[in-house]
Design a protein around this ligand. Structure first.
Ligand code: IVH
Length: 660
């Protein structure tokens, strides 16, 4: 038995060393075959002698049981983030502020990794828990998922208790690979590596996370004094020694403003060629003693700041203008260009909005154009490089017939429309919209699948979705489908019948009824029938509805065809009642704590309900933990307290923008 145990330990050592060399040092010494052999042998021994299997075995990295939801965990020390700044002037202000208190301050300068922060807790050198940042106080337990990340050591080089913080991210290469795969499968693509990392780490089934090739970069120790660390630079060195991937080689050191600017410029030049996406530079006062002097505001550390790079613009050549038709019949021109890397993702398409936009910028096929992608926003064409235009270039002329059905387009305001109600493009788009995540949220329905099902004649309208089980046999014979995926899809369709009214309302695609309006209407009317019977004046008087939306709703319900679709949905058992609060954990304010004070335009409970449905907490008194204080007229002591604690104070308008 001892011999076997020793062999297993030996194999674990070989595998861990190989993982370390490959993922952390980028310098493998074992061949793939040797690695696979060791791994298979260990797996075999663990199966034969389960009692000898070690908790920190690298075979645990394939993921375990799926969970129903993530457990909440409280962070021992709050997981804060830094304030963002965007230009040299703000860097200068920051430096000046620091020097007022610590005249001789020096900074460590680090790439700002563009992923999501993760806290790792080790006990006696073994990884015992990993958590997301959440609202900074409470995060989610993602231990099973994080264990699948190869650059996260399951065991440190020292048997110590320590919490480590860093960024969970997806390399540009893995991101592209994942999106290619998703594209082939007709699954929605991730907008950038950050979204892909966040989506992968929040999988309830860690086996899926294991396939996603995530990475971890360590950059912070919350309690450095416990390890006799005196500077941030030493923190990084210590993390490196413990076996973590760090940016030890890319990080810089700054004694003055000039050093900082030089570092930012330098890193900006390297940005494109780095294997991971970064979105700025993090400046941290190096000496931990100095950090203590500077301390914290109510929200953020005073000893550090995050400088964000301006949105990148990249030049490319416009190859083609392709027109797509939306579910309202609106025809949108899209710029198709040679693929370029922007902000960590490969893009080859940008919206041109409408023909007026093309004319205003005089955009022509063959032009050199500059593309910008800011955050999650769809890329857009910023400008045409007129000096590089070819002599024979031709002005762009708008198409006059629908690219899908050929019927004549009609111009209304700035947009062109295909008004053929039977146009395939409109039907496909409306089905895609119906099943989408914010609408009926029917899992497993990528764009390509909707198109295939439509073309095969299985789903010609949203009503057909609920008859899809008729075609189970045919579906199973389609490429890329198996018994399990079809069953999941049909289950997901069935489950959508019990969605609350606001989802259905949004899913129906009534013009101008977005997610927020659908929610307001559902809360106001409770049932679809009440809304169907509402008249224009009544609708118009609802806060946030107004003239255009009211008219559109009335028109929608006056249409016989729409009513017949709705009646069919009702007959099929689709719920048409508002089911009360549905917590949206992905909203901007999810997990944030609000206090409401003063007289607002609506009763306070309206805001409270709205915030709670968006996943925020509303409390009665202002404390350090409050994130926002929503202030109306004549606020009292809560307002003063918020000011004293430096908590963000917002008025109604700012509130409305915040929850959008
Ligand atoms: S230190 C108190 N270092 O950017 C902040 N953060 O606002 C401790 N980030 O939420 C974090 N690269 O997710 C730190 N080198 C780096 C970072 C970094 C990226 C993220 C982090 C944090 C935000 C900073």
């Amino acid at each position: 038995m001892d011999k076997i145990k020793n062999r297993m330990n030996e194999l674990i050592e070989i595998i861990n060393k190989a993982i370390y060399e490959y993922y952390i040092l980028d310098n493998p010494t074992l061949t793939d075959q040797e690695y696979d052999d060791a791994y298979t042998e260990l797996q075999r021994l663990e199966k034969e002698y389960p009692e000898l299997k070690r908790e920190d075995s690298p075979t645990n990295r394939v993921g375990g049981e799926a969970v129903d939801s993530f457990k909440k965990v409280n962070h021992k020390t709050p997981m804060l983030s830094f304030d963002d700044i965007f230009n040299e002037e703000e860097i200068e202000d920051f430096d000046e502020r620091i020097r007022k208190q610590v005249p001789s301050a020096c900074y460590t300068l680090e790439p700002k990794m563009d992923g999501l922060s993760g806290s790792l807790i080790y006990e006696k050198g073994v990884l015992v828990r990993a958590a997301t940042r959440g609202d900074g106080v409470t995060g989610e337990d993602i231990t099973l998922n994080v264990k699948t990340i190869k650059s996260v050591p399951l065991r440190l080089t020292k048997d110590i208790d320590i919490e480590v913080r860093g960024e969970i991210y997806m390399s540009k290469a893995s991101f592209e690979k994942l999106n290619k795969k998703n594209e082939a499968e007709g699954i929605k693509l991730f907008a950038n590596p950050r979204n892909a990392a966040a989506g992968s780490v929040r999988q309830l089934d860690s086996k899926i996370t294991a396939t996603r090739d995530l990475d971890y970069m360590a950059y912070f120790i919350p309690n450095p004094e416990d390890y006799n660390i005196k500077t941030q630079k030493e923190s990084i060195e210590f993390l490196h020694e413990l076996g973590f991937a760090t940016n030890i080689k890319l990080n810089g050191y700054g004694k003055n403003l000039k050093d900082i600017i030089n570092y930012i410029e330098d890193l900006g030049k390297k940005r494109e060629s780095l294997p991971f996406a970064i979105d700025g530079v993090v400046l941290k006062v190096d000496s931990l003693e100095d950090e203590k002097v500077l301390g914290f505001t109510a929200r953020v550390p005073r000893w550090g700041i995050a400088y964000k790079f301006p949105a990148v613009q990249v030049l490319t050549t416009l190859k083609e203008i392709k027109y797509t038709v939306g579910r309202t019949g609106k025809v949108t021109p899209n710029a198709i260009f040679d693929p370029v890397h922007v902000d960590g993702s490969l893009v080859s398409k940008a919206t041109l909005h409408n023909y007026d936009y093309i004319v205003s910028k005089d955009i022509r096929v063959g032009d050199v154009i500059s593309i910008r992608k800011a955050g999650d926003v769809i890329p857009e064409v910023v400008e045409v490089k007129l000096d590089r235009r070819k002599d024979d270039s031709k002005e762009t002329i708008m198409i006059d017939s629908c690219p899908i059905c050929g019927s004549k387009l009609v111009k209304k305001d700035a947009n062109h429309y295909c008004v053929n109600e039977h146009c395939d493009a409109r039907h496909i788009e409306s089905i895609e919209h119906y099943v989408s995540r914010d609408a009926m949220n029917i899992d497993g329905f990528g764009e390509r699948i909707v198109e295939d099902f439509y073309n095969e004649g299985f789903v010609k309208s949203i009503v057909d979705l609920y008859h899809l089980d008729k075609y189970k046999k045919e579906l199973m014979s389609m490429e890329g489908f198996g018994e399990k995926s079809i069953t999941n899809l049909l289950d997901s369709i069935e489950n959508s019948k019990s969605n609350s009214l606001e989802r259905l309302l949004f899913a129906l695609g009534i013009r101008y009824v977005g997610k927020k309006t659908a929610k307001i209407l559902a809360m106001h009317y409770s049932t679809l029938d009440n809304l169907r019977n509402a008249n224009y004046d009544e609708l118009k008087n609802i806060n946030d509805v107004g003239d255009v939306i009211a008219k559109s709703i009335v028109d929608y319900f006056n249409d016989e065809k729409n009513n017949s679709i709705i009646n069919s949905l009702i007959d099929l058992g689709v719920n048409t009642k508002y089911l009360g609060k549905e917590i949206n954990t992905e909203s901007k304010v999810s997990g944030k704590t609000f206090v409401i004070t003063g007289t607002l335009s609506k009763p306070r409970d309206v805001y409270k309900d709205e915030l709670e449905s968006l996943g925020a907490n509303v409390t009665g008194s202002v404390t350090k933990k409050t994130d926002y204080v929503l202030v109306g007229d004549n606020p009292g002591s809560k307002y003063d307290k918020a000011k004293e604690l430096g908590i963000t104070i917002i008025n109604e308008e700012e509130y409305n923008n915040l929850i959008l």
